[in-house]
Design a protein around this ligand. Sequence first.
Ligand code: CA
Length: 224
Amino acid sequence: MRVLIVEDEKKVASFIKKGLQQEGYAADAVHDGADAVQTAVLFDYDLIILDLMLPAKSGLDVLREIRSKKPKLPVLVLTAKGAVDDKVAGLDAGADDYLIKPFAFAELSARIRALLRRGTQENTRLRVADLEMDTASREVRRAGQTIDLKLKEYALLEFLLRNVHRPVTRTMIVEHVWDIHFDSVSNVVDVHINSLRNKIDKGFQRPLIHTVRGVGYMLSDRPS
Ligand code: CA
């Protein structure tokens, strides 16, 4: 999952970015309102964290512009302590949730997970056949056995699980699992798919990760 952080206080932006990266998200940060709109429209983000007090363009204007172009993109607004009017205006302008600064990273992380599963039937569990991921505890199991994944393997599997039974291209994978500064090494997706296959499918009769010729990959337990 790839998140755009819009925050002019660079320390706060980098605190959020590091925290998200440690949880396996891809995260980009921009520091003013004009950049925010441009970046949000140009790239395919799964969620935006938006501070309201911004140079170049106010957070509320940013929110309205993003809303008009990407109505379904979840936006979590950050407001300064006590700025209740900001909060109300933010929700009126189409924010999906808000958080008052200062905040604990654990709370931000929980809100993000809640927003990402909105509109789906799931709780914190993503599942296909006997493979399941708990996005709250970050545990992955197949046939009841815990599987240890590295950060990017986890992020890749989460993306595949959120698109279960749908073929995804390597470009889609790169855009949701790696950040904007990622230098596209042509086989990086294939390398990570291979390591994931070794952990998820190796030793099991029915493979779940499928290569879709000419397209990319698909996670599924349906016969192809
Ligand atoms: Ca600010």
